[in-house]
Design a protein around this ligand. Sequence first.
Ligand SMILES: [Fe+2]
Length: 303
Amino acid sequence: MQRISLKEIKPGMVLARPVLGATDGRILLPANFKLTPFYIEKISHYKCCEIYIQDSETVEKGKGFNEPILAKTRVKAYTVLHETFEQIQLEEEMAPDKIHEVVNEIVANILDNSHTLYNMFSLEMHDDYTFSHSVNVCVISTLIGSAMGYNQNELELIATGALLHDIGKVRINPEILNKPAKLTASEYAEMQNHPLYGAELIQKTESMGFLTASLALQHHEREDGSGYPYGLKSTGIHPFSKIVTVADVFDAMTAERVYKKASPPHIALKELRSHADQKYSRRVVECLMKVVVPFPIGTDIAL
Ligand SMILES: [Fe+2]
């Protein structure tokens, strides 16, 4: 499998992974699809920077890349998140049953594929970063939790908090949220309110539970107290929040955004490890290193 840019795709190339729509999770083009000029033209209308195609080795040996969760589960998670954001915008109650159902499916997928490592899933169309980021953080957090030895029930709690960790962004002005330049001091201060907004929204839904709200509230806190909104130190931060924090930072670093290039996974891991104890729980970072592929095929490595 090779990761290539949109400019490099040519008719006849075969997709190694499906291309998903970020907003609704629809499969736009399936894996094993042979690209034609017509579909290349279609893809070029999306803000998609990288595409995974099969190379001769993949095709010859029939190698495939397993994702920790099934494509249909990922699609379902996108749909549920999309609906949840809409419900909040309309000031309706979110549907906890649907959220629990998809979270349980994600955890079950991961427990069924316990040997599968996280491979960057960066081929979504990044029309709506918050949805793809939330699902990635949910998957990475569950993988870390599983490596740390948490049981199914605990993993479901971690996964729920991880999936909804950024839900407070629904209350942030989209102009601030999607600003392609550096935020002003007041915009940054408003952005820093999203954990508080998220916890408040989750607490409104009775069956979501206090812990889920705490994970949304604490995911920007840091071990040394340098985080926000409360500047809590290590002992004041819930152990599950420390997992969501590391998954959140790793996914943010490895994502391509309008204002920054994506870091390869091995660079993101090195960066996280250099701040272990100071910013992030060392144990959590070590478990992340066990569950992600540091050098996905197609990564440029300077020797
Ligand atoms: Fe956040």
